[in-house]
Design a protein around this ligand. Structure first.
Ligand code: CA
Length: 226
């Protein structure tokens, strides 16, 4: 899952980014409204965290511009403005949620999870595939109750596949949603993480639930029949 944080206060921006990265999200940063506008149109995000008081172009205008372009990515507004008018205006412009500063990281993260789930219409915090369970809150992965230890990148790949269970996901799509702008996005690196993930799943589950369709992409399926 790839998230864009638009926030001009460096300390807050960096701490939110660090917190989200530790949870396995790919995170890009924008320091003002202009920077945000450019990134939003060049990259594919699963969620945008948007501050309102921004240099160059304010948050309301950023939001208005990309809703005009019909980008349906969920937006969580973060703002010190706690007036009801700002909340109403933000929601009317198409924001999906609103968090007033200061806030606790735990609440912020819960809202991030909820918005990402809403986007993919998954009601449950637990994603599953056969005996495999992925708890999106604790990030724990188990097979028939036994834990499988995954790296951040491996669990991010697995989460994306599980959210789109049964659909073949192109390598480019995985790179877009699981890797951030600065990461080594060469397809080889994705393949390395993917093969290590598949090895661990096979060891834990007794079979590899992920299939690589040559020239098409990867798919995770309930059964082990290819
Ligand atoms: Ca600000």
């Amino acid at each position: 899952m790839k998230i864009l944080i638009v926030e001009d206060e460096k300390i807050l921006r960096d701490s939110l980014a660090e917190g989200l990265r530790l949870k396995g999200y790919a995170v890009d940063l924008a320091v003002d409204g202009e920077d945000a506008g450019e990134k939003v149109f060049c990259e594919t995000y699963d969620l945008i965290i948007l501050d309102l008081n921004l240099p160059k172009v304010d948050g309301f205008t950023v939001l208005e511009n990309f809703r005009k372009e019909n980008l349906d990515v969920p937006v969580l507004i973060l703002s010190a403005r706690d007036g009801i008018d700002d909340k109403v205006k933000g929601l009317d412009l198409g924001a999906n949620d609103y968090l007033t500063k200061p806030f606790h990281f735990a609440e912020f993260e819960a809202r991030v999870r909820s918005l990402l789930r809403r986007k993919t219409v998954v009601e449950n915090a637990i994603l599953s595939c056969g005996p495999l369970c992925f708890d999106t809150v604790t990030r724990e992965v188990t097979a028939a109750g036994s834990p499988i230890s995954l790296t951040l990148k491996e669990s991010a790949l697995l989460e994306y596949l599980l959210l789109h269970k049964g659909r073949v996901i192109k390598l480019e799509e995985l790179i877009e949603h699981v890797w951030d702008i600065h990461a080594d996005a060469f397809s080889n690196s994705v393949r390395v993480h993917m093969s290590s993930l598949r090895r661990k799943l096979k060891a834990g589950m007794g079979y590899d639930p992920i299939t690589n369709r040559i020239g098409e992409g990867y798919v995770i399926r309930e059964d082990d029949v290819v």
